[in-house]
Write a protein that binds this ligand. Structure first.
Ligand code: PEP
Length: 252
């Protein structure tokens, strides 16, 4: 099975109602002028603007939330449920971004619950993994990746696992301007695919979309996306400029 090529833009805690609408409109217009048939485009604006951004999508892109509660509903002040996201037309949810792991204490165990809840609710999880600089320097990065994958994803049935998108985002490359080299990224992507093959099988491993994230820009996207096991990107900073984001989409 041919795996999907995906470029997703994580807007993080940026934009307001007006600038979110403008950015979504500009991306939409750019995709109208220069359409892509082979790449699934996803925009992940902040929660309050999900409905607005979904409203201007016209099937040119899908919409993702940046986080979600593991709970169904109830007394969880400030939390956002899968059902709320569904009702806004959201199709994907980013889970386990390194900023959520680092600043909000999200663990692999919690993320296993969130992934499960997303799948039950027909939202596609974009599950993020990646090592810190110390973990890379001390040569522990593959062990960290293995742990993040196995705890949060490897209890899923084969069918459910097939619904997950994985993003490898080395923490040292996020927002730092320092990108993993194509070889460094490919090494980890190939390792992730090998783990999936060992846990499930070759067919599942070949069908899983693996995105790279970490200072991906128009200038380096082509080389990264040319790697055998890199199926697209999760883009932070460069996703806030329609021109840069669409240039990345067209880097395949
Ligand atoms: C991200 O936060 O997912 C990300 C990849 O950020 P940046 O592209 O800015 O490094």
């Amino acid at each position: 099975m041919q795996r999907k090529k995906i470029v997703a833009g994580n807007w993080k805690m940026n934009t307001n109602l007006e600038s979110a609408r403008t950015l979504a409109n500009n991306i939409s217009k750019a995709l109208e002028q220069n359409p892509t048939e082979t790449v699934d485009v996803i925009l992940a604006p902040p929660f309050p603007f999900l409905g607005t951004v979904a409203g201007v999508a016209e099937e040119k892109y899908a919409v993702a939330a940046q986080n979600m509660s593991q709970h169904e509903a109830g007394a969880y002040t400030g939390e956002i449920s899968a059902d709320m996201l569904q009702s806004l037309g959201v199709q994907y949810v980013i889970l386990g971004h390194s900023e959520r792991r680092a600043y909000y204490g999200e663990t692999n165990e919690l993320l296993a619950e969130k992934v499960q809840k997303a799948i039950e609710s027909d939202l596609v999880p974009i599950y993020c993994i990646g090592e810190s600089l110390e973990e890379r320097k001390s040569n522990q990065y593959l062990a960290v990746i293995e742990q993040q994958l196995s705890v949060a994803l490897f209890d899923l049935s084969e069918e459910d696992f097939g619904k997950v998108v994985i993003a490898y985002e080395p923490v040292w490359a996020i927002g730092t301007g320092e990108t993993a080299t194509p070889e460094q990224a490919q090494e980890v992507h190939a390792y992730i695919r090998k783990l999936i093959q060992e846990k499930y099988n070759e067919t599942v491993a070949e069908a899983t979309s693996l995105l790279y994230g970490g200072s991906c820009k128009p200038g380096n996207a082509k080389e990264l996306f040319a790697q055998e096991d890199i199926d697209g990107g999760l883009i932070g900073g460069a996703a806030l400029k329609a021109e840069d984001f669409t240039a990345i989409i067209h880097s395949f």
